[in-house]
Design a protein around this ligand. Structure first.
Ligand code: ATP
Ligand code: NAG
Ligand code: NAG
Length: 313
């Protein structure tokens, strides 16, 4: 993609191949058991969020790293099939594409091993190489599935060019650099992350409101706290009264990736409909996340623009 081409959203983050085995129960150490089904899936919070925004029609750029291997090839093909630029998804021969080996047993439990491989080699200089594209974007989205220094570096670079930044503090980490709170325009956490970051308990809406205030006190401009079926909370520095955005009750089939659908949609609204009030953007992102939990899979459960009602746009 030429650097002058208009882009909407850049995600600097992870892409991970999910390798999912289904069996009656989990194997014990040293044991081999027969499974009933195997599937691969495209995952990783960065890629998931980027796909969600692309499915809604945003022009998206992914900055990431995969191995020079079959999984890397198929991930790159997957990006291209969704119209995303892969110019800054480098393939390295130094490490394998990141994988998550997942076993799901009939009681619904999963055991997961993640090998981050090539993702560990995504560096600040890789981000710098994409600078001419990054500065043409409206929104940057980052998470914590890559080296946190690289995420922080990317958001600082975005800020320098006036690109809005959305930071999703997932997966939960206790020692994040305090600069994360101030560098982003929107700080988005779920209840587990908010508990770890604030040291507070976040088990109810009331506790959630206190956690949102605690995150504002850390210097955040806008804080969003997602609470699964309880919807989400948000507040801003200028308007610190915490607002609750409830969800419409739906029949949930598979909630994996709800948070990613929410973040990707939110980035879409902020990039493409910047005049929309934040409350309205959050309501619409929640509606899209609510649709995603009604079908199985992660990226495959994200609705496309054609499947959504016009009043969301
Ligand atoms: N069962 C549900 N029904 C309707 N909407 C839901 C449901 N679960 C989640 N959502 C929507 O998705 C948003 C994000 O969900 P959640 O807080 O579970 O994120 P998360 O913990 O990051 O999820 P995950 O890790 O499973 O991707 C919620 O704020 C809500 O708007
Ligand atoms: C990240 O940056 C901090 C301080 O800027 C440094 O101490 C730390 O070693 C860095 N971590 C990595 C993995 O490079
Ligand atoms: C919140 O996200 C973390 C990843 O950061 C995940 O492990 C956890 O299950 C999520 N919490 C809830 C309550 O969904």
């Amino acid at each position: 993609m030429a650097s002058h081409e208009k882009l909407d959203i850049v995600v600097v983050g992870s892409c991970i191949m999910d390798l999912i085995s289904y069996s009656e129960r989990q194997p014990k150490p040293g044991e081999t058991i027969k499974g009933s089904k195997f599937m691969t899936g495209f995952g990783g919070k960065g890629a998931n969020q980027c796909f969600m925004a692309a499915k809604l029609g945003a022009k998206c750029l992914m900055v990431s790293k995969v191995g020079k291997d079959d999984f890397g090839n198929s991930y790159i093909r997957n990006y291209q099939e969704h119209g995303m630029s892969t110019e800054y998804v480098q393939q390295t021969s130094e490490a394998s594409t990141a994988i998550a080996a997942i076993t799901v047993s009939q009681d619904g439990q999963n055991c997961i091993i993640i090998v981050t491989g090539a993702l560990d080699l995504l560096s600040e200089s890789d981000v710098l190489q994409a600078e001419s594209c990054i500065k043409n974007c409206k929104v940057m989205l980052c998470q914590l599935e890559i080296d946190q220094n690289v995420s922080l570096f990317a958001m600082k670079l975005a800020k320098k060019h006036g690109v809005k930044t959305i930071f999703n503090s997932a997966p939960a980490q206790c020692n994040i650099n305090p600069e994360f709170f101030t560098v982003c325009d929107i700080f988005c956490a779920n209840e587990t992350e908010a508990e770890i970051l604030t040291g507070l308990s976040v088990k109810s809406l009331e506790e959630g409101k206190i956690a949102v205030k605690a995150l504002l006190d850390q210097g955040c401009n806008t804080v969003i706290l997602t609470l699964g079926e309880q919807g989400s909370l948000f507040a801003t520095k200028d308007s610190p009264t915490v607002v609750h955005v409830p969800i419409t009750k739906v029949k949930a089939v598979d909630t994996t990736g709800a948070g990613d659908a929410y973040l990707g949609s939110l980035a879409y609204y902020i990039a493409l409909m910047p005049e929309l009030p934040l409350l309205e953007a959050i309501k619409r992102a929640s509606a899209i996340a609510g649709l995603s939990v009604q079908s199985p899979g992660t990226q495959s459960s994200f609705p496309k623009r054609e499947q959504l009602p016009n009043n969301l746009f």
